[in-house]
Every structure is written in C-alpha cells, then in structure tokens.
Ligand binder design. Structure first.
Ligand SMILES: [Zn+2]
Ligand SMILES: [Zn+2]
Length: 225
C-alpha cells in the first residue's frame, strides 16, 4: 500500500525517529495507522466482514453511491490529517492521493473529479483548500479531468462540529451551487474527512438535480462518531 521513494531521512512526524519514508512516518508509526479494511459500501463506515451495507444506509440510503476511505479517523492518522488541513503537512496530499488512486481504480472511474469547495472567505484565510490539494494529484494520476470551478460554496457555514445533528443538516441546506451548466453523469467528490456525510449529501442533492447519475466520494478518512 505504501510506496517508498528515495529521499533524505527526516524525523518521524510522530516520534522523531529518523525515516526516509515519503509520509514522514517511521515503520512503527506507519503500522499504527488505522487502515480501513472492511466498510459499508455506501458510506465507508467500518463494518464487520459479513456486512455489506450499514444499518443507517439501509434505512436512509445516502444520495451518493459509494464512499471510499483509506483510514478510520483516529490517532495517529488524525494528527496527520490536521497537519494537512492547516498547511503544516501539505506535502502529505500527493502521498494520500497516490494511495487513494490505488484503492478507487478497483471500481468504475468517473468522468470528473470535484473537490469539496471551501467558502471563498475561508479559502482566503487558509490560503489553500485541502480537498483540492488531494484531488489535484489524484485526478492527474487517474487521468481524469479535475473541476474545481463549477461547484461553489456560497455560504460560509459554521464549523459542523459545534452543532447538533439537526442543526448540522439545516446549516448546510442550500450552501452549495453550480456556477455553470453541468454535463457529467458520473463524478467523484473528494474531501479529507467525512463524519456525518451531510456535506457530500447536500452536494449530491445539487448534482442529482443537475442530471448527475452516479456519485462517488473519495476520502482520506472516515470519522466514526
Ligand atoms: Zn514514528
Ligand atoms: Zn453506510
């Protein structure tokens, strides 16, 4: 799963042991990463091997078709994802993209890759969108066009984590729009983490209204509440 390319040794991000691995993690810490092995085919929730679709997706199927995640959002991976999000470890984005590419090629590939957008104000504050940082090398590797222009986040929604479940859903209603007509029928949404799935659900609603028939969601990690 992890490809090693020659580079100079640097201290492991987590324990300071010298390593030349491109993820910046020593052998020991890499083994500690919570790799997502068996998960719900719809929402990527970790499941036991005898289950295909989780109870929640059976009762309320999400509007996207299939979410794929590399990891469970837990230590020490969460530390790396936070580092990526806040820009200290942006170099991890192509590494994660390479791993995701290896996982998603097992399924039919989309016509377009769409990173989940940040609101323009948030983007200005942060200087980059971590979803785009992952989607860019990922699309390139898979030879699929990247579209980071069509989808717009028009409301700067409060941090989802500070809200309860109902507030989270209401918070996102109408938060996204398409800037231009959309012709793709099969797309993949890319984000760093998915928790409730409300964000990609809301975007999926918009895409379906605009004729998209098949929606994949590609993630670094699936958070389990
Ligand atoms: Zn280490
Ligand atoms: Zn599920």
């Amino acid at each position: 799963m992890f490809k090693i390319s020659p580079s100079i040794a640097t201290p492991c991000t987590l324990c300071q042991t010298l390593t030349d691995h491109p993820l910046g993690l020593c052998d020991h810490c890499r083994q500690e990463l919570p790799v997502l092995l068996h998960a719900c085919e719809k929402c990527a929730l970790p499941l036991s091997e005898d289950q295909l679709i989780c109870g929640e997706c059976q009762k309320h199927p999400p509007l996207f078709d299939r979410a794929t995640a590399l990891f469970i959002y837990a230590q020490p991976l969460s530390h790396l994802v936070k580092g990526l999000k806040f820009g200290e470890q942006l170099h991890l984005a192509p590494q994660f993209a390479e791993m995701l590419a290896a996982k998603v090629v097992q399924h039919p590939l989309p016509e377009l890759v769409l990173p989940v957008p940040l609101h323009p104000t948030r983007l200005r504050q942060r200087g980059f969108n971590q979803a785009l940082a992952i989607a860019q090398p990922l699309a390139k590797q898979l030879h699929i066009p990247l579209d980071f222009h069509s989808l717009l986040r028009k409301r700067d929604t409060p941090q989802q984590t500070r809200l309860d479940a109902v507030e989270r859903r209401n918070n996102l209603r109408g938060a996204f729009e398409l800037r231009q007509p959309f012709s793709a029928k099969h797309v993949a949404l890319v984000d760093d983490i998915m928790t409730t799935g409300n964000t990609v659900h809301e975007i999926s609603k918009l895409l379906r209204k605009n004729g998209v028939e098949h929606i994949d969601v590609w993630l670094i990690a699936r958070a389990v509440e």
